[in-house]
Design a protein around this ligand. Structure first.
Ligand code: PLP
Length: 389
């Protein structure tokens, strides 16, 4: 390992030199099946020919100009994001956490417009929103926050999937201006809220004049079988964050908003040097086009059903398995014991997967996986649980 790197990660002992679709190859030519796609980023798979072509072509023309001038590809991308999300206007940054920062800045300005001195945001237990100071302050995990005090203030935490506490907060004196929630929690171990939860949140927000903000950085862009996971329910947020799969690996994050929330940021109030440059914007346009052309929402829904059913058939009665859950290709298998060592065991079986919350196997395979690859994931994951736990 390169000791000149800051000690922030504990990588598996493998490095890849090439990818194609859901496959990865290491330096020795060994082939691996990718069941995590760089944490849900490479949804179209690796080295997608159309994505590679667009990147090469744009790199040969113009990579960056800065937002001092107009960027037609960024405007085009905003139209596409507005179209798939149903929201009005979009701001582009370079990561998920930056999209979250933009959402918080919108909520703060909206709160001040209501005359609040200290506008607050309700966030959820087990929620994860990123590693910048505001994003980690909004994140539930103690491990993420510990050591970084003083945290950014203004966050109030409520249980995920239960609106009782939120209704109680609404009846007390408060300066809440927004609710931020992942429609399906990712880092928390793929937690799916009960049906109707998001609609109830919408109702509470409407009653109180709060902004409803969905963090779909992980759950968005066809991952769960819809463009955005909240679209499984009849509900629309005021603010939406989206990132991970948007550039299929090029760094880009976006914050979209609707109605009054889309108008609060005005020239000079927010910005980004790299955000939405011609290279990433044109690439993300291509990603969204491909997702539509190749019906990746439909494919993720079908492959996800197949995987979930297969896991339930094989592991449903296994006493080592606590829960099997998810939607589309966002799947968690919660075990009764520590499962961290299974990442290494899986690697030895030439499958790349992730474990979160110590006991949840998390699968976020590329949305383009075929039936054979899905079957291989099932076989390896089930045999790991049956033999290595
Ligand atoms: C990954 C993630 C983030 C943070 O995104 P970065 O690009 O790592 O900053 C925020 N929210 C959710 C739900 C995520 O999954």
């Amino acid at each position: 390992m390169n000791s000149k790197l800051m000690n922030t990660y504990a990588p598996l002992p493998v490095a890849f030199v090439r990818g194609e679709g859901a496959w990865l190859w290491d330096e020795d030519g060994n082939r691996y099946l990718d069941a995590i796609s760089g944490l849900g980023v490479c949804a179209l798979g690796h080295a997608h020919p159309k994505v590679a072509e667009v990147i090469a072509d744009q790199a040969g023309r113009l990579i960056h100009t800065g937002n001092l001038v107009q960027i037609p590809w960024q405007e085009k991308l905003a139209e596409l994001v507005a179209d798939v999300s149903g929201l009005d206007r979009v701001f582009f940054g370079n990561s998920g956490a930056e999209a979250i920062e933009c959402a918080f800045k919108i909520s703060r300005v909206a709160g001040h417009q209501r005359g609040f001195a200290n506008p607050g945001v309700i966030v959820m237990e087990h929620g994860f929103h990123g590693r910048t100071m505001a994003a980690l302050s909004a994140t539930a995990s103690r491990k993420v926050r510990a050591g970084f005090e003083p945290l950014v203030s203004g966050f109030v935490r409520a249980p995920f999937g239960d609106t009782g506490v939120i209704r109680k907060i609404a009846t007390s004196a408060n300066e809440i201006t927004a609710v931020l929630v992942e429609p399906i929690q990712g880092e928390a171990g793929i937690r799916v809220p009960p049906p109707g939860y998001l609609c109830e949140l919408r109702e509470i927000c409407d009653e109180n004049g709060w902004l409803l903000m969905f963090d779909e950085i992980q759950s968005g862009l066809c991952r769960t079988g819809e463009w955005y996971a909240h679209q499984h329910e009849n509900v629309k947020p005021d603010v939406l964050t989206t990132a991970k799969a948007l550039g299929n690996g090029l760094p880009i994050g976006a914050c979209a908003a609707r109605g009054a929330a889309a108008e609060v940021l005005t020239p000079g109030r927010h910005g980004s040097t790299f955000g939405g440059n011609p290279l990433v914007s044109r690439t993300a346009c291509a990603v969204l086009d491909i997702m539509r052309e190749e019906n990746l929402c439909g494919r993720a829904a079908a492959s996800g059903d197949m995987l979930l059913n297969a896991f339930r058939r094989r592991l449903g009665a296994d006493e080592r398995v606590q829960d099997i859950r998810g939607k589309g290709l966002m799947i968690g298998i919660e075990l009764n014991a520590d499962a961290n060592h299974l990442r290494q065991r899986a690697l030895e079986q030439r499958v790349l997967l992730n474990v979160t919350q110590d006991r949840v196997i998390r699968l976020l395979p590329p949305l383009i996986i075929d039936e054979d690859q899905a079957g291989q994931i099932v076989d390896v994951v089930c045999s790991l649980i049956e033999n290595s736990l």
